[in-house]
Design a protein around this ligand. Structure first.
Ligand SMILES: Nc1nc2c(ncn2[C@@H]2O[C@H](COP(=O)(O)OP(=O)(O)OP(=O)(O)O)[C@@H](O)[C@H]2O)c(=O)[nH]1
Ligand SMILES: [Mg+2]
Length: 456
């Protein structure tokens, strides 16, 4: 597989990092040099490679190491994050919002369009959709037959006319059919040697007629970084919103192709990894890299890193609490975060002076114990109720109880806890924090404050 070499080098680098005692400039330079070499060999543009390694260094030195990671883990995490960005960053799947959803595939001659339309038919059907494959290739004589054979092999419907002279003629015939039964229509189009005027006109006409929801450009990975020019010129002809890179199995230039696409801002949605009908993969940069490098250690490390992110979120919420902006929505957010890791006491402990005051351990224990119920309650509240819980009166409690199936007593408990916290928060205004931070439980002023609070 094309990425094998990149995978091996990066795995070796990660091992080097893990086995080192001190993470210093020398180690980082040595590792980055290895990674640069393998990326350039994979046809990633030299300038991109240099920027990539510069960014890793920058990230490593300029940001704080999260408390859940050590220096070695942190370096690995930063290399991983930047690799994900190099290959396109966040993944966004195709959004199938209407029926039938129309997907148009474009590309040069021999790029793998027809094969990919067949592969997509299988993939979509496996996901539970009912697809129709349409051949609009009137340029190459056997094009319809090729798609028909593929469609039959996977038991998916196909439409086309081998005798038609131009694609619009086929589309007009297709209009006469009842298509309401299909979830997705995938259109195969003809290619040319280059994006010449003839192909441009054909694509524009088809695009105007079909008004596709997605236009995917099919490009062969062996073009390496030069896919960038092609992607840009196709994009100018019609709004390409995703890319499929085929033949990732047969070239060493896949890295170049994918990173060049990432630069154009177009997302690679699928990759073709072989000639067979099952050889199409949804392309998610993070999962792709995790698979390439082998999960296991990496997974555990990423988990720890996300714990650190949760910690940041916890801090955010605690800051909001201090500003007195704590709503049921924040409590909900908190319950969500707690579901993933950590505990409510953690948030409390982040508020200076709060840990040992007002809300008792029992209260916290109770909140934690009831979280499941309360989450359900909150999903039955309206947005307005979440933002301004004081409007939740008896009749609203009745409604929420019916909607959520949670007892009215539990809902009242939630309100009581919420009010308790809100009061606490009102009391602990930022200007009081400095004073409170150094208090110990026996401090008379502290005791006075507690008494005052209990009276409320
Ligand atoms: N190894 C490999 N071969 C592929 C892949 N995708 C397509 N091919 C092969 O590439 C060749 C061209 O594929 P087609 O699907 O006919 O390409 P096309 O873009 O429809 O070509 P035209 O219709 O002539 O423009 C075929 O031999 C396919 O088997 C892939 O992911 N890996
Ligand atoms: Mg074809």
């Amino acid at each position: 597989m094309v990425f094998e070499k990149i995978g091996t080098t990066i795995k070796e680098s990660f091992n080097k990092i893990k086995n080192t005692v001190i993470v210093d400039e020398n180690l980082i330079n040595e590792i980055l040099k290895d990674i640069q070499k393998v990326l350039i060999r994979s046809d990633v543009n030299v300038k991109i490679v240099l920027e990539f390694t510069k960014k890793i260094k920058n990230d490593f030195y300029k940001s704080d190491i999260p408390p859940t990671l050590n220096k070695r883990d942190y370096l690995i995490k930063i290399i991983y994050d930047n690799l994900v960005v190099l290959l396109g960053g966040d993944y966004k799947s195709l959004e199938i919002t209407k029926k039938p959803h129309k997907i148009l595939l474009l590309g040069l001659y021999g790029s793998g369009k027809t094969t990919t339309v067949g592969k997509m038919g299988k993939l979509l059907r496996r996901k539970g959709y009912k697809p129709l494959l349409v051949s609009l290739d009137t340029f190459r004589p056997a094009a319809y037959k090729q798609l028909e054979t593929l469609a039959k092999s996977i038991n998916v419907d196909v439409f086309g006319n081998p005798n038609a002279k131009d694609p619009i003629e086929i589309l007009k015939e297709l209009d006469k059919k009842d298509l309401s039964n299909y979830d997705i229509i995938v259109y195969d189009t003809a290619g040319r040697d280059s994006l010449n005027q003839e192909l441009q006109k054909e694509i524009e006409d088809i695009n105007d007629y079909v008004k596709p929801d997605d236009v995917l450009l099919v490009i062969s990975a062996d073009l390496g970084q030069s896919v960038m020019n092609l992607a840009t010129s196709f994009h100018e002809t019609c709004n390409v919103n995703g890319i499929i890179i085929t033949k990732m199995d047969g070239t060493s230039k896949g890295g170049g192709a994918i990173s060049a696409c990432a630069l154009t801002g177009a997302k690679v949605k699928y990759i073709g990894v072989g000639e067979k009908i099952d050889d199409l993969e949804v392309f998610e940069p993070n999962k792709f890299i995790e698979k390439l490098l082998g999960l296991g250690d990496l997974e555990e490390l990423l988990e720890r890193a996300s714990e650190a992110i949760d910690e940041t979120k916890a801090k955010e919420i605690s800051e909001k609490m201090l500003k007195g902006e704590f709503t049921l929505l924040d409590l909900y957010d908190q319950l969500e975060a707690v579901n993933k890791m950590g505990s409510f006491s953690k948030i409390i402990s982040m508020i200076p002076g709060m840990s040992s005051t007002g809300i008792s351990k029992e209260d916290i224990g109770m909140i934690e114990g009831k979280m499941g119920d309360w989450k359900i309650v909150m999903t039955s509240c309206t947005k307005k109720e979440l933002e301004d819980p004081e409007i939740i009166d008896q009749s609203r409690i009745d409604r929420i109880s019916i909607g959520s199936g949670i007892s009215k007593t539990s809902i009242r408990e939630l309100m009581t806890q919420y009010r308790k916290m809100k009061k606490m928060i009102k009391y602990i205004k930022p200007n009081k924090i400095d004073k409170m931070e150094n208090f110990d439980i026996n401090n008379p002023e502290f005791k006075k404050m507690l008494r005052k609070m209990r009276k409320r």
